[in-house]
Design a protein around this ligand. Structure first.
Ligand SMILES: *Cc1c(COP(=O)(O)O)cnc(C)c1O
Length: 349
């Protein structure tokens, strides 16, 4: 498969913006090239200089932690940015289409709509797995992307590995595999298979396990040809200086992440065992993520009563295959206890 043949034609020979700092990469010098303020800034630490547009140091650390060549790493302003960029790079508005497998993360659809790309929906099966034949049958010569999410949001489960591979192998376009929740799963994810599949585009994030949602750092892993394309069309300074610095600090403390993932997983088991004992709870679905999808009697009413008690969960009860379901993030033991007490008090009303 030739990735460049899938690319939107007008991007094949695009020249990226060349930033002032691209011509001189040394750290020392008199920098009068970028119209910055030479005096610093009014913050405790100065941010007067433009950040590294190639995020070299941060990317090297990501590459080390994930065991991926640095040429296969792309960093974005949250996962939102690579989701948008991959659509913009490969899908011609009003012409091409992409496939989504609801119920899934809402941002794929929003991004496709903003870019005026036709969406084909192939729902998951009733046990929240991929309907592989239906997905492949739904592709046509204008289908450029298939979005898969594993572990999936909002269902929490991961997709069968063989199903994902079969889609990657039999589709003549790119498979975007969102692994935002992979750190909470026993499964290692698809990064080890990147060498085998040139049409695989993996998304991960620092927003969940690493506790850095506010910094906005999304990671994509793919063949270097794909990464090169995204590098050319991204805004040059898409990862700001504060994020580059603080994300590096976090990535140098892997044990913080490991310890908190372990704690979240143990809280998840406790919460699940408590929830299944509540009378209004019909089912707690199996999860590989840091949240639980819970089917309840009158989920809509319970959602509202929880809000009245200032406990906010995600109402997914109107979402396909998720009738009467709430999505509940695993909190601290104190937060989970407050949730459980609130649920019990609602039942008693
Ligand atoms: C939370 C989440 C993300 C993370 O998005 P960011 O923009 O990186 O914060 C990505 N994909 C899914 C499925 C998610 O649930």
């Amino acid at each position: 498969m030739n990735i460049l043949e899938l690319l939107r034609p007008h991007l094949r020979n695009i020249k990226p913006y060349s930033s002032a700092r691209d011509e001189y990469t040394g750290r020392e010098g008199v920098f009068l090239d970028a119209n910055e303020n030479p005096f610093g800034s009014a913050t405790s630490e100065s941010f007067n200089r433009y950040p590294d547009p190639h995020q070299k140091i941060l990317k090297n650390r990501v590459s080390e932690i994930k065991g991926v060549d640095v040429e296969k790493v792309f960093l974005g302003n949250g996962s939102d940015e690579p989701i948008d960029l991959i659509i913009r790079a490969f899908c011609e508005p009003g012409v091409d289409n992409l496939i989504l497998t609801p119920p899934t993360y809402g941002m794929y659809e929003v991004s496709a709509q903003i870019n005026n790309i036709q969406i084909k929906k192939v729902p998951l099966t009733t046990d929240f797995q991929l309907d592989v034949n239906n997905i492949l049958d739904s592709t046509d010569e204008r289908t450029k992307l298939i979005f898969l999410c594993s572990p999936n949001n909002p269902t929490g489960n991961r997709m069968n590995e063989e199903d994902i591979e079969s889609i990657i192998q039999n589709f003549n376009g790119l498979v975007v595999l969102d692994e935002a929740y992979i750190d909470f799963s026993e499964f290692d994810g698809f990064i080890p298979k990147l060498g085998k599949y040139k049409n695989l585009f993996i998304l991960q994030t620092l927003s969940k396990a690493w506790g850095l949602a506010a910094l906005r750092l999304g990671m994509a892993f793919a063949d270097k040809e794909i990464v090169n394309i995204l590098d050319k069309i991204k805004p040059p300074y898409n990862i700001n200086g504060a994020t580059q610095k603080l994300a590096l600090e976090a990535l140098n403390n892997v044990s913080w992440k490991d310890n908190h993932v372990r704690e979240i997983l143990s809280q998840r088991e406790i919460l699940k065992n408590e929830l299944v004992q509540l009378s209004g709870v019909i089912k707690v679905f199996p999860t590989d993520a840091n949240f639980l999808l819970v089917k309840m009697d009158e989920a809509g009413r319970i959602f509202q009563s929880l809000i009245d008690q200032r406990i906010i969960v995600r109402d997914r009860s109107k979402v396909i295959l998720c009738d009467d379901c709430l999505r509940i993030t695993v909190g601290t033991s104190d937060e989970n206890r407050r949730l459980l007490e609130a649920l019990k008090s609602i039942k008693d009303e």
